[in-house]
Design a protein around this ligand. Sequence first.
Ligand code: HPA
Length: 285
Amino acid sequence: MGEGVPIEEKARRASAPVRDSLKEVGLPAPRWGLVLGSGLDPTLSGDPGSVSMRWRFEELPGLRPTTVPGHPGTFEYRFIEGAPVLLQRGRIHYYETRDLRSVCLPVLLMRDLGVGSLLLTNAAGGLNPSFHVGEFMLVRDHIDLIGAGLLWELMPAGADIGFPDLSGTYDRDFGDRLLSLAGGCGVRLREGVLVAVPGPAYETPAEARYLRIIGGDAVSMSLVPEAICAHLWGMRVAALSCITNVHPPPAGIPLTHDEVLKAAGRSAAALERLLRSLISTEGSA
Ligand code: HPA
């Protein structure tokens, strides 16, 4: 069970410096939240002449700094295509902290600031044999094998958790919108089921075969806890996994984090086109 301070209260404390800074200069609450995963570092510069602000995770009460290369650990507020957006560059993973509250806190910080639509991204290994490196997968559903009792972690001890229905975690219309825009942005967008594993090891060949057999199209060590948390707290969620490697690896070459980062980096410009197109066509959703 989640111990101590309820997570909503932690989110309120963590978001306070951001809220205060925005209030001070009379800026509106962010409507969009974008989480940029491993190596996915599009510039997404703000509209010309608009205000930008930036906070490192460790400047916000209760947030931990990131420890993994390719995860800067910053929040950036800026106007993109006319809409106020909060960009989260990098994330905390379960394998870093073994604590799902610290993984999910940034999501609740965004919600606390007013973010209604959340787009999560990450790097993932392709399990579906038709997937190629550099493509994106729209996450339509997931299989959570992190197995760390997310709901127990998030709720205060003694809270009535009930039996939440997670079948609508990824908003159908939001996903359809991304699919309809992808072609025009030169993004090859596939659809599928993301399996979340605790990591930090990459899968053995037998594990990858197993994950495919149970229904996975891609596998990653992130995103799913944040998606569940955002959904349970009422946000509209969509998720894109960048396929940075495939299983089995070609010619049995061992997979490295460096290779994952390089592949994600090559896809960052495509992601930027899609995100800009989404925001410009939906406005401040
Ligand atoms: N497995 C798990 N996580 C990952 C992978 C993978 O193959 N690629 C990028 N993140």
